[in-house]
Design a protein. Structure first.
Length: 169
């Protein structure tokens, strides 16, 4: 049961890992440093849109706020996500380029190419697809179990600190 509830979180982490892999590929392929802010912006935008598509728990929490506070909270979350992403991606890019420079001569590209565009668009598309999958999983989980609903089955049992207490008949 715990793995069922952790699935949306795992999908969210997988979408973040996709952007990290794209960044490592860019650094390993010695692409331009301009890719770092572009990937940070694409990651922020894709995660924001994916969370809007998923309509998860944060939508319920934001729905409790008044419209002005909600808009301000969303803007602050997006700004913080972009700047933390920019700093983290930049640091990871520099470390990867430094490690590759220890092994081989390194020269970063001076301009962006179609390969760089694909390093931005592919993770963005996969993140949006994972956001749709999170939405599907969330709606399936919200619908509840579709199994046997006869009285006295194990699904009617109450669990208290790992102890299964069967229902009173």
């Amino acid at each position: 049961m715990l793995t069922t509830f952790a699935l949306p979180l795992r999908l969210r982490l997988a979408s973040s890992a996709i952007f990290l892999c794209a960044l490592l590929v860019a650094a390993g392929a010695q692409r331009s440093f301009l890719l770092v802010p572009l990937l940070a912006a694409a990651s922020t935008g894709a995660h924001w849109l994916a969370s809007r598509l998923a309509q998860g728990d944060q939508a319920v929490l934001l729905g409790m706020l008044d419209p002005q506070t909600r808009r301000l909270a969303q803007q602050n979350i997006a700004r913080a996500g972009f700047f933390f992403g920019l700093f983290g991606y930049g640091l990871l890019f520099m470390i990867t380029v430094f490690l590759s420079a220890l092994v081989t001569p390194t020269e970063l590209a001076r301009q962006l190419t179609g390969f760089d565009l694909s390093l931005i668009l592919v993770p963005t598309g996969l993140t949006l697809a994972l956001g749709l999958a999170r939405r599907r999983v969330s709606t399936t989980m919200a619908a509840g179990p579709q199994g046997d609903s006869r009285p006295g089955t194990e699904t009617d049992a109450f669990i208290l600190e790992g102890e299964v207490i069967p229902p009173d008949d």
